[in-house]
Write a new protein. Structure first.
Length: 163
């Protein structure tokens, strides 16, 4: 089996056995993403424990690439901090936009390296990015709603007193 066949098999495996699929309660943010060019739809929930992603759950309809990419993404980000997950997002996005010229670090991105070949297919980049974009939106939404920390409250009060 050559590398490209192995990557195709990883994508098919994640499509058939979607990790973290199925919506779960206890979430800080819920977002919907739609890819109008092919009809992929995704409802994604993010649950934070402080600044650590403790769960990502989703319900998806669409092609094997969008669903497999979301499955891979959940494996990578659960247990990571928000900053670490956003760094993974930026790296994956850069690779997908590179048209196949940028390779991911296998130790960092694990099964996500299977999507390097997809990056060469411009019509499929949006499919592979759907779950990642939903995660980015979910993290932004969750942190906007996050309760203020004691430090942030004290800083806000100090600003009011100075003004």
């Amino acid at each position: 089996m050559n590398v490209e066949e192995m990557y195709q098999q990883i994508i098919l495996d994640h499509y058939r056995e979607k990790h973290h699929s199925g919506l779960r309660e206890d979430y800080n943010a819920e977002v919907t993403q739609v890819n109008p060019s092919c009809g992929d739809e995704l409802l994604l929930r993010v649950h934070l424990d402080g600044d650590v992603i403790s769960d990502v759950s989703y319900d998806a309809l669409g092609c094997s690439i969008s669903q497999a990419s979301t499955s891979v993404m959940t494996d990578l980000v659960i247990g990571k901090t928000i900053d670490e997950a956003q760094e993974l997002y930026r790296g994956f996005q850069e690779m997908m936009r590179s048209r196949g010229t940028i390779e991911l670090d296998e130790d960092t991105y694990e099964d996500a390296i299977a999507f390097e070949g997809v990056a060469k297919l411009m019509a499929r980049v949006k499919c592979a990015m759907l779950g990642w974009s939903a995660l980015e939106d979910g993290l932004l939404k969750a942190t906007e709603k996050a309760p203020a920390t004691a430090d942030a409250i004290a800083e806000k009060n100090e600003t009011k007193e100075e003004g």
